[in-house]
Each structure stands twice: as C-alpha cells, then as structure tokens.
Design a protein around this ligand. Sequence first.
Ligand code: SAM
Length: 291
Amino acid sequence: MSTQNSEGCRPNHDRIPFSVGAGEYKTAWNNVAESREHAFELVDESTNEEQIDASGAHHARYLVDGLDLNAKDIVLEVGCGVARLGKHVAPHVKEWWGLDVSERMAEIARDRCAHLPNVHLLAGSGSDLSALASQSFDKVYCHAVLIHMDKEDVYSYLVEVGRVLKPGGLFYFDVWNICHPVGWLRWQVERKLYATRSHRPPHRNQFSSPDEVRAMLAHTNLEVVQLAESVYVQTVATVVPEGRDAATYVAARRDQMPDRLALLKYGDGDAAGFAAVLSSRLLEFGIQPEL
Ligand SMILES: C[S@@+](CC[C@H](N)C(=O)[O-])C[C@H]1O[C@@H](n2cnc3c(N)ncnc32)[C@H](O)[C@@H]1O
C-alpha cells in the first residue's frame, strides 16, 4: 500500500499554516521604520542622525572605491533603508536609485536626501524589481539585505538584478557566511533569540554558504568576478556582454581592478570586532561562544 496521497509530496495547504511570504517583509519593515530612531537602530544599531551619518560616510567610501562608482554611473541600491549609504554614494554618481520593501524606510530616505537632486526612491514588492527597466544600471549593490529574507526571495533578486544590470556592469551583494567561524557565532545568537518563539519574524537574520551562492548564481545570467569568504559571502558579479567568452571576459574584468575589488572584502580585524560583540551577546544569554 502506498503511503503517498494523490498529491505526492505536496503539502495540504488547508492544514499547514503558511510561513513568511514577500508580503510579510513589507509589514515587518514598515513597523521597524515606524519611527526614525527605531529605523536607525535596526539598520545598523545607530541611535541618532549623527551616528548613522558617520557610519554611512565610512561604509559608502568602500563601495565608491571598490566598485569604481563614478560620475557616469547610474546606480541602484536594493534594500536602501534610510539611505545610510545612498546619501554618501549619490554625490559621486550620475543617478542614485534606492529601492526598499518598506515605504516608510523610503520616506525617511527621501527626507534625508532632499538636498540631492540625483536621488530617486521607490518601494518594491519585496522580491522583484519590476518597476525598473532591463539593462538600466551600471552598478548595483545590496548590503545587509538578502540576509533578511528566505532563499526563494534571495534568488528572485539575483535573477532580477541580472535583468536590470547593463552588460559589463557590476553587482556587489553580501549574505551571512555560516562556514566562517564568526558567521557561525552570529547564527548561534539568532537561534537563541528566537528559540522559544512559536513564530520566527520575517526580518530575522538568515544564513548562507559560498557554495549556495555559487549554486544560485549558476542559474542566473550573472558571472562571479570575486567571491570573498569573510564573515559574509561577499560577491561581485557581472553580466557578460553578448558574444564575449565568459571566462575570458570575467578574468579581464577582475584584472582591471584588483586593488579596488580587494577593498570590498572584510578583513580579519572586522571579523575580530564582530566576534567580540557576538561573544559577549552569547555570554549574556548564558551560552559559551563556540569559536
Ligand atoms: C539592515 S537594513 C540595511 C539598509 C541599507 N542597505 C544599509 O546598509 O544601510 C535592511 C533593509 O532591507 C530592507 N529589506 C528587507 N527585506 C527586503 C526585501 N525583501 N526587499 C527589499 N528590501 C528589503 C529593509 O526594509 C531595510 O531597509
């Protein structure tokens, strides 16, 4: 006798409660951005405008130099939040576009960038870039965003960025690296945070691996230019122009800018900083950090 029902391995949706879907990100992040202070805190633990401005100026420098963002570039940030980075990237580029799932984040970002005429902000669905035309951006970046969603939606964004990026353009993104000791430590914190909850929130941190990133990219039109295995899996990818041999093109692209690309990688000092904060967090929970 077969134990399978007529649907094979498909679940019975009437009986099984739904987990998160793209719509839940919007509610969660709009709630996070109910006040500026709360938005700042959740974006990067800043407590006020001066702090977030300083952190944005510091981190934007790495993106500007690392991706060679310049006055000819039309640039997109996916998951721009309050434009912590965008406010400091926009003055270097022709146009800066910020997309976020949260209308409220986009509103705060609009207000913070009101003095910058080349800034465009929009709210998206949470899993696509359908408002944006194909092959319209020279550079795209996405920092600390894909870590907050299910893998289905991560992959949807990778496909979408492959669509909106111009051939030869560059795309930087990062996801937590569970294969790095500090990534593992971060995961222990996340497990502990939600251990006793019956529902895990849709904006929680999620974790990945270098192989998983490579596997996903292999099913897009993006080719890896650099994949750094730090606390994050930090990837720079490109779309190979039609008619060019992928391996030769990517190698040449990499060789054009080795010093710039190196700037985008977190170093041992950054990992040690993360480790110290995470270890004390785990100790607060009564857990001995595994390092
Ligand atoms: C930790 S913040 C980082 C913001 C910004 N990238 C930065 O570094 O300052 C994460 C941001 O991603 C946005 N976000 C989360 N899920 C998203 C999704 N599915 N689509 C687009 N944006 C999303 C949130 O609203 C939030 O603004």
